[in-house]
Design a protein around this ligand. Structure first.
Ligand SMILES: [Zn+2]
Length: 410
């Protein structure tokens, strides 16, 4: 049996901690069902607009049922484990018949009762609020638009040229797969989606026309949650320097693009573990990448040139190498202490300076770009699993910068 009602869940652990509940009754469904494996075990499932997967309560763990106000359409079921009180508000007649049924389940007087089992209940609940949608054909787009409850959306291989703007309304979306389309642009508003954790954009047309506007990737909301980003099979020539803002990124795939270099700021993403950059035009790697504790890196089919260890210098005087300018000293503090900055906090020129900063072999920031050496390092000494063309020698030239003469001498 199912009961449509309003429910407030009170966690008694919280109440003993003196955290007051918010007094919010949510539109809910209570379902009473029977365990498929054990005929004598019953349970209550509670679904609400906040909890679409439902919480299951065993009838065995009911501690008390309060029905004093049942004539006003109110009742409370108290469970031992989890320590929840379900405060129910409902139409009186329906509530009474639900409680009657509940009582007969508890007392075991249930010979004539027909209760559906857990799996069928779960299916009906999912129909009410779909959380997953896969579209293989244009005719499969829902007529009423994409359901706002979606948490996972796959629109794959439809030759879509434009990013569908109704995706921007899906604030619960966690996984978005738009692989194998022909999308050239993602709107900046995408960066405001608060829950996106996995984003698949493989085999699209990003970067085909002009420079990519990366605001969609660097929005305040998306940078907090994104863990997986798949950009393989596009025409990307350059990654944004402010990619360091993706502070929870674990997996980055950028195989089969037109990259000539990787930004040094990639080394500032502490969470990065999987990096695949095969089939690009990389000639060297930024020294900052040595700071990443990668479990897996794929660098096959690139154009690495052997390092020769010679020092390249720019127009800076030696003096500047030893004594930094005030701006450089201040910037180093910002970077080494990992202080957050953005164009709305400090001038844009400073943001650029900080985003362009390199990382020394020792891990400290370097703002002076004039002295660097291409030095070969064995990838196998740095990362756990390495995929590379020539497996006998995994040496790759790193563009090394130095924070001080001391590091340079090493
Ligand atoms: Zn150093």
């Amino acid at each position: 049996m199912k009961l449509q009602c309003q429910i407030e869940v009170i966690n008694r652990v919280h109440s003993s901690l003196n955290i007051r509940s918010n007094g919010k009754y949510l539109k809910s469904t209570l379902a009473l069902g029977k365990e498929p494996k054990n005929e004598n075990e019953y349970f209550i499932l509670h679904f609400s607009s906040n909890n679409k997967n439902g919480t299951k309560y065993k009838l065995k763990s009911i501690k008390q049922v309060f029905v004093k106000c049942i004539n006003e359409g109110k009742a409370t079921i108290r469970f031992e484990e989890p320590p929840h009180d379900l405060c129910i508000k409902c139409e009186v007649i329906q509530l009474k018949s639900f409680m009657r049924l509940l009582k007969s389940c508890i007392t075991g007087d249930t010979k004539d009762l027909k209760l559906s089992n857990l799996s069928s209940l779960a299916i009906t609940a999912n129909n009410i609020a779909p959380t997953k949608l896969t579209i293989h054909d244009r005719s499969e787009f829902p007529a009423k638009g994409l359901p706002r409850t979606l948490e996972s959306l796959h629109i794959v291989g439809l030759k879509l040229c434009n990013f569908r703007r109704d995706i921007l309304l899906l604030s619960h979306l966690v996984v978005l797969d738009l692989s194998n389309n022909e999308i050239e642009k993602i709107p900046p508003e995408f960066g405001r989606l608060p829950s996106i954790s996995e984003l698949y954009l493989a085999n699209n047309c990003l970067g085909v026309k002009d420079q990519i506007d990366w605001r969609w990737l660097l929005g305040v909301q998306i940078t907090k949650k994104l863990k997986l980003l798949d950009l393989s099979g596009n025409k990307i020539k350059e990654l944004p320097k402010s990619i360091w803002k993706l502070q929870n990124l674990i997996t980055l795939k950028i195989d089969n693009n037109n990259l000539k270099r990787l930004p040094a700021s990639l080394g500032r993403i502490n969470t990065l573990r999987y990096l695949t950059v095969s089939q690009n035009s990389l000639q060297s790697l930024p020294c900052g990448l040595m700071q990443c504790r990668l479990d897996y890196i794929d660098l096959s089919a690139n154009m690495f040139v052997p390092g020769n260890g010679t020092l390249k210098t720019g127009n800076y005087s030696q003096w500047e190498f030893y004594v930094n300018s005030l701006v450089h000293i201040a910037s180093k503090v910002v970077l080494n202490k990992k202080l957050f900055y953005a164009p709305n906090i400090i001038p844009r020129t400073l943001v650029e300076l900080l985003d362009n900063a390199n990382i020394c072999v020792c891990g400290k920031s370097v703002l002076n770009h004039s002295y660097f050496i291409i030095k070969e390092f064995q990838l196998k000494d740095l990362y756990r699993v390495v995929v590379f063309n020539n497996n006998h020698s995994c040496a790759v030239g790193f563009e090394c910068y130095f924070c001080s003469p001391k590091c340079f001498m090493k």
